[in-house]
Design a protein around this ligand. Structure first.
Ligand code: SF4
Length: 493
C-alpha cells in the first residue's frame, strides 16, 4: 500500500513503532490516565489511537480511530470510557487495506469466532511466525477481521481453554516468535508480557497503591506514577485487586533489546536499562566527535529535534560553538494536506527552515541521529548551501542503516536505503555534503553502557538475533499469504 503522504514519508525516519499502556485503578479515572499516557507516547505512533476500559466484571468498551490521541478522544468519549481498568495504544498504521481494522486495542468478545473469554489487547512489535499461527488458529475454527499479528495474539489468548488469563498467557507465549511487548485486559485485570528477547521496551510503574505498565517511562511522569522497573524479557505481570503478580512465562532466548530505541525512537526523557536517553544521546555525540572530528569547521548545528542532544555532545568535545541553523515546524504531521504543485518545489521547507544569518559563510558540522533513505538529508544539505553555508560536514550519531527491521519497525526495503551497496564516500557524494561520518557500533554501545550480546543491532549489522528471521517476515507477510475471514467477532464502539 502506498504511504499516506509521499512528501512526508520521505521526510520521516523509521516508522511503525507503537506505544502501549495499561492501568488497574478502581480509585482513579482510568480512561483519562490512559489518554494522558498515550499523549506522552504519541511519538511512537501518530496514525491511530485507541482505549479500552471496563468496570470490574462489566463489559469492555473499546474506542479506536485514525488520528492523533487528541483528535480521537473528546471529553464525552473519556466519560463514556469510565471504569476500573484500562489499556491504550498508539500506532502507525500503514499496514493493510483497511487501516481502521488494524488499529488497536483489538477486542475479542466471548462466544463467537472461536473465543472463550472477552479481552482487549494492545501490542508493540512484530511476530515472525504470524502465518503459521494464523493457519493453526483458523484450523481450530478461530476467525479474524484484520491482518494484524496483534489480532493473532488476542485470538490465541481468547480461544485458549486455560482457566485464567495468566495461565492462557503462560501457554500461548512460548508459541509466539518475534517481538511482542503486549498489554491485555480482561474484565478484572490487566496482564502485560514481553517476548523472551525483550526486543521492544515495557516498563512497570506504581500509582499510589495501584500498578500500571507502559512502553516508556515518560508515560508515567505525565500521570504522576513512579517507574518501578522494566518488565523483564519473558516475564508476565498481572495487576488486579490482588496487587501485582509476576511470573516468567518464557526464556532461553538471548536478550536483544532494540538499540534503535536509544538512538531515535524513545523520548529523550524516558529511562531505559538504567539510563535517561537525553544523556545517552549526548554521549553518542561526544563519541562521534572523538571518532570523526571536523577540526576546520566553524559551527555545529543539529537537525532538529532528534539530532539536538548528539549535536550538544559533539560541540562539548570538539570545543566548537553550537547554534540552531535549522528551525523546525513542529506541527507538521503525517496527516498533513498535500502541498500541491506550487508549494511542492519548496519541499522540506514545510518542515525545516534554514537561517542564513546563522549558517551563511560557515563551515558547518550538521549532526543527525540516523539516515535511512537519505532524501531528507540530501534536501537539508542543499537547503543549507542555498542559505550560504560554505561547507557541510554531516555527522551521524549511529552507524549506516543497511538492513530492514523485522521486529516492529518500518525501515523501508534494503534497496531504498541510501547505505545499501554504497561506501561512505559514495553516500556523501549522493547527499551532496563535503564529508560524512557515522558513529561506530562500539561508539553506540559505549554511550548506552551496553553490549552487542544483549541488544539487537540488526538494521546496522545484519545480525538478526532471532532464529528464523528472514525478509519474508515483513509486516505484509500475513496479507500476502492469507485471506481475511470475516466474522461477527470484535464489537467496537
Ligand atoms: S533491527 Fe534495528 S530497529 Fe529493529 S529491533 Fe533490531 S535494532 Fe531495533
Amino acid at each position: 500500500m502506498p504511504p499516506a503522504s509521499p512528501l512526508l514519508d520521505d521526510r520521516e525516519g523509521p516508522r511503525d513503532e507503537c506505544g502501549v499502556f495499561g492501568v488497574y485503578g478502581p480509585d482513579h479515572d482510568v480512561s483519562r490516565l490512559a489518554y494522558y499516557a498515550l499523549h506522552a507516547l504519541q511519538h511512537r505512533g501518530q496514525e491511530s489511537a485507541g482505549i479500552a476500559a471496563c468496570d470490574t466484571g462489566g463489559y469492555i468498551i473499546t474506542q479506536r480511530a485514525m488520528g492523533l490521541v487528541n483528535q480521537v478522544f473528546k471529553e464525552h468519549d473519556l466519560r463514556a470510557l469510565g471504569g476500573d481498568l484500562a489499556i491504550g495504544h498508539v500506532r502507525y498504521s500503514t499496514t493493510g487495506a483497511n487501516e481502521w481494522e488494524n488499529s488497536q486495542p483489538v477486542h475479542r468478545s466471548a462466544g463467537s469466532g472461536g473465543n472463550r473469554r472477552e479481552l482487549a489487547l494492545a501490542h508493540n512489535g512484530n511476530l515472525i511466525n504470524a502465518i503459521e499461527l494464523h493457519s493453526s488458529l483458523r484450523e481450530q475454527g478461530v476467525s479474524f477481521t484484520s491482518t494484524s499479528d496483534s489480532e493473532i495474539i488476542a485470538a490465541a489468548l481468547s480461544a485458549h481453554p486455560a482457566g485464567t488469563i495468566e495461565d492462557a498467557v503462560a501457554a500461548v507465549v512460548p508459541t509466539l516468535k518475534g517481538a511482542f511487548s503486549t498489554v491485555v485486559m480482561t474484565k478484572d485485570r490487566v496482564v502485560a508480557f514481553r517476548d523472551p528477547a525483550g526486543i521492544r521496551p515495557l516498563v512497570l510503574g506504581q500509582l499510589g497503591d495501584r500498578y500500571c505498565v507502559a512502553s516508556e517511562s515518560c508515560a508515567f511522569d505525565i500521570i504522576g506514577a513512579t517507574r518501578l522497573r522494566d518488565v523483564r524479557p519473558g516475564e508476565m505481570v498481572s495487576i488486579s485487586e490482588q496487587g501485582l503478580e509476576s511470573r516468567m512465562v518464557s526464556g532461553g532466548e538471548r536478550e536483544a533489546f532494540c538499540v534503535f530505541e536509544y538512538i531515535y525512537f524513545a523520548r529523550p526523557d524516558s529511562r531505559m536499562n538504567g539510563t535517561v536517553l537525553q544523556a545517552a544521546r549526548g554521549r553518542m555525540g561526544e563519541s562521534l566527535a572523538r571518532e570523526a572530528p571536523a577540526p576546520d569547521a566553524d559551527l555545529v548545528i543539529p537537525v532538529p529535534d532528534s539530532g539536538i542532544p548528539a549535536a550538544r555532545g559533539f560541540a562539548r568535545v570538539s570545543g566548537l560553538p553550537q547554534d540552531d541553523g535549522l528551525i523546525k515546524n513542529r506541527y507538521v504531521a503525517r496527516t498533513f494536506i498535500q502541498p500541491g504543485h506550487e508549494l511542492r518545489k519548496h519541499g522540506l521547507r514545510l518542515k525545516f527552515n534554514p537561517l542564513p544569518e546563522i549558517v551563511g559563510g560557515k563551515r558547518l558540522v550538521v549532526v543527525d541521529d540516523s539516515i535511512v533513505r537519505g532524501n531528507t538529508t540530501r534536501q537539508i544539505v542543499r537547503m543549507l548551501r542555498d542559505a550560504g553555508a560554505a561547507e557541510v560536514h554531516m555527522r551521524i550519531s549511529a552507524p549506516p542503516i543497511k538492513h530492514p527491521c523485522h521486529y516492529g519497525v518500518d525501515m523501508s526495503t534494503r534497496e531504498e536505503m541510501v547505505a545499501h551497496g554504497r561506501t561512505v564516500e559514495e553516500i556523501a557524494e549522493h547527499l551532496g555534503c563535503d564529508t560524512l561520518a557515522y558513529l561506530s557500533m562500539k561508539g553506540v554501545y559505549d554511550a548506552v553502557r551496553g553490549s552487542a550480546d544483549r541488544h539487537c543491532d540488526a538494521c546496522f549489522t545484519g545480525n538478526y538475533p532471532l532464529a528464523g528471521t528472514t525478509d519474508a517476515n515483513d509486516k505484509f507477510a500475513l496479507e500476502r499469504s492469507l485471506p481475511v475471514i470475516p466474522a461477527g467477532t470484535p464489537t467496537l464502539a
